[in-house]
Design a protein around this ligand. Structure first.
Ligand SMILES: O=C(O)[C@@H](CO)OP(=O)(O)O
Length: 226
């Protein structure tokens, strides 16, 4: 048996002000740091969880969360891989817009499709020009992504870098974002295109999967400190 723990970052400044974030790079709030510490304490209590690698995105909120957890769990010595493939879904033109406002402008149904549907692509925004993407294997930087498009770039990373290690019996930790994790969970749990609309991944609640040797899920637990 082998374990995979998935963790969404703690509350970000954008989460607090209820604006779309996507590839915008924002930090954690004080509450977000506390949530990351609580998540670290919960993960630390999984006595048989001994990861060989931590995987995160190239966005600060996930990297800081991963480091807080690594510190608490005494995982700081482990390799920490940062990849754009685990980034949050690119929210295009919606980035920086208040979520309540967006419902007034575009209507509830459209906004639900963009936020939680599988194929809906938010309106395109500007190309991201940050230096952090200069050396990555993206030929065409996305200007907005559906959850489906997000899944298409998350899964190759998962298969090559996470699943291969799990198959060798090595536990793994992924610290990422609401939608990059939804994309992965959809695949792991065989959730259909319709039901994915109901899946929420709250900040900083560790999701612990136990797999058999064929990576069939034997157990799933969501850890909460309250
Ligand atoms: O703004 C975002 O990037 C995401 C996650 O915080 O929001 P939503 O829950 O609307 O997908």
């Amino acid at each position: 048996m082998v374990k995979l723990v998935l963790l969404r970052h703690g509350e970000s400044t954008a989460n607090k002000s209820n604006v779309y974030t996507g590839w915008n790079d924002v930090g954690l709030t004080a509450k977000g740091r506390e949530q990351a510490e609580s998540a670290g304490n919960l993960i630390n209590q999984i006595t048989d969880f001994k990861p060989t690698q931590i995987h995160t995105s190239v966005l600060t909120r996930a990297i800081v969360t991963a480091n807080i957890v690594a510190d608490i769990c005494h995982f700081l010595y482990l390799p920490l891989t940062k990849t754009w493939r685990l980034n949050e879904r690119h929210y295009g033109k919606l980035r920086g817009i208040n979520k309540d406002e967006s419902r007034k402008i575009f209507g509830k149904k459209q906004v639900l499709e963009w936020r939680r549907g599988f194929y809906a692509v938010p309106p395109w925004g500007e190309k991201v020009t940050s230096r952090r993407y200069a050396s990555c294997d993206i030929h065409l930087l996305p200007r907005a992504e559906s959850l489906y498009q997000t899944q298409k770039r998350v899964l190759p990373y998962y298969q090559d870098n996470v699943a291969t290690r799990l198959k060798m019996g090595e536990d793994q930790l992924i610290v990422a974002h609401g939608s990059s994790l939804r994309a992965l969970i959809k695949k792991l749990e065989h959730i259909n295109d319709h039901d994915i609309i109901k899946l929420e991944v709250p900040n900083a609640e560790p999701i612990v999967y136990t797999f058999d040797q064929q990576l069939k899920i034997i157990d799933k637990k969501i850890l909460r400190s309250f």
